[in-house]
Unconditional design. Structure first.
Length: 361
């Protein structure tokens, strides 16, 4: 697929107001793209697979996304009180149970994200096109969103959590399989990969350069994905490179009840800020890259945004922030899937509705 016509990540054209920009979503869900090993009846049937995203341009073409199986299990969410560098909101620790899922082996890259971002797949003829074309897309950015750090093979950055969730909806419509952001618990469980140490590779920060891009080795910029060693479950860059969105609100953990083991816990956000971000980034010290380390999103991440109201798609000051996708073995019913994708605060919902009608904000 040729996307060279796009000058880096900047598009000059802006949707004209008036006619609606998006068609209505067809009923039901699109047919699934044929992918070997993508189907599993039980956890023991789960295998790694390479997702196919077809029809990524007017000429057709396809891209791929490698997915690794993560078996279900229990673990202690959070950090022990004697762990060096820990934050206040990493406790109280509690045992949680996680269902099986697949996780992308690396962070979402610009290669795939800009297909969604710039509508290069709109109007295709593949079976899922009517569903994918109906998904809301980001408005054109005012500047190249890679900020000169690189595009091909590099992680997409500076999107809001809503933008990341809409990408997972688009990906679901393109493939016919249900994708979403990970919960905080899923993210930490996958990062630990069965370990009980500060980092998945142990408690010695001297080993971190083998696994993570951080302030000490990144050269002051993000790096191409999957260049360093993976964790024990075949997942790259969960420590560092770019921090990663989760579905959860950023809040203190609930105290565990006696004998209580939550199953697939999630704290649904009730407001735009703060939302939980995991993994640390290329600009952070190793302590911020620990498995249990977490931070909340901030309004300050939009400081450079000149729009009024500010964009629901971009965090212009969060050049350290990206995401990866997961796919649970057991999908929620179709009627419940929209909760993982849709605007969840009124201010965002109103703006998106106007943009869908072709109006400017």
């Amino acid at each position: 697929m040729a996307l060279a016509a796009l000058p880096a990540l900047l598009v000059a054209a802006v949707q004209e107001p008036g006619a609606g920009r998006y068609p209505d979503m067809p009923p039901g869900r699109p047919p699934a793209v044929d992918v070997a090993a993508a189907d599993a009846a039980t956890e023991t049937d789960m295998r790694p697979y390479r997702e196919r995203i077809v029809g990524v341009s007017a000429e057709g073409g396809e891209m791929h996304l490698d997915m690794a199986p993560v078996g279900g299990g229990e673990f202690l969410l959070g950090s022990p009180e004697d762990e060096a560098g820990r934050g206040e909101l990493e406790s109280p620790r509690r045992r949680v149970r996680i269902g099986p899922f697949w996780m992308a082996t690396h962070e979402t890259t610009w290669d795939l994200y800009r297909v969604f971002m710039f509508d290069t797949d709109r109007g295709g003829e593949e079976p899922g096109a009517p569903w994918a074309d109906a998904v809301s897309r980001p408005t054109p950015p005012y500047r190249p969103m890679d900020f000169g750090m690189g595009v091909e093979g590099f992680p997409a950055i500076s999107m809001t959590q809503f933008a990341a969730r809409q990408f997972t909806k688009w990906l679901s419509m393109k493939t016919g399989r249900f994708y979403r952001l990970p919960t905080e618990a899923e993210w930490e469980y996958a990062c630990r990969a069965g370990s009980r140490t500060a980092w998945s590779f142990g408690d010695d920060a001297a080993e971190i350069d083998r696994f993570a891009w951080h302030a000490g080795n990144s050269g002051g910029r993000y790096q191409q994905v999957a260049r360093l060693e993976a964790n024990a479950w075949g997942l790259f860059d969960l420590h560092g490179n770019v921090a990663e969105w989760t579905l959860d609100a950023y809040a203190g953990y609930a105290a565990p009840g006696e004998g209580d083991i939550p199953v697939d816990p999630i704290v649904w956000p009730a407001r735009e800020f703060p939302r939980s971000v995991r993994g640390g980034s290329w600009r952070d010290e190793p302590a911020a890259l620990r498995c249990a380390a977490r931070r909340g999103s901030e309004l300050a991440w939009k400081r450079m945004d000149p729009q009024i109201p500010q964009s629901v798609w971009y965090h212009t000051n969060a050049r350290f922030l990206g995401f990866r996708v997961v796919r649970p073995l057991v999908e929620p019913p179709v009627g419940e899937q929209e909760r993982y994708w849709a605007p969840d605060v009124d201010s965002v919902r109103r703006i998106v509705e106007r943009q869908r009608r072709g109006e400017r904000d």
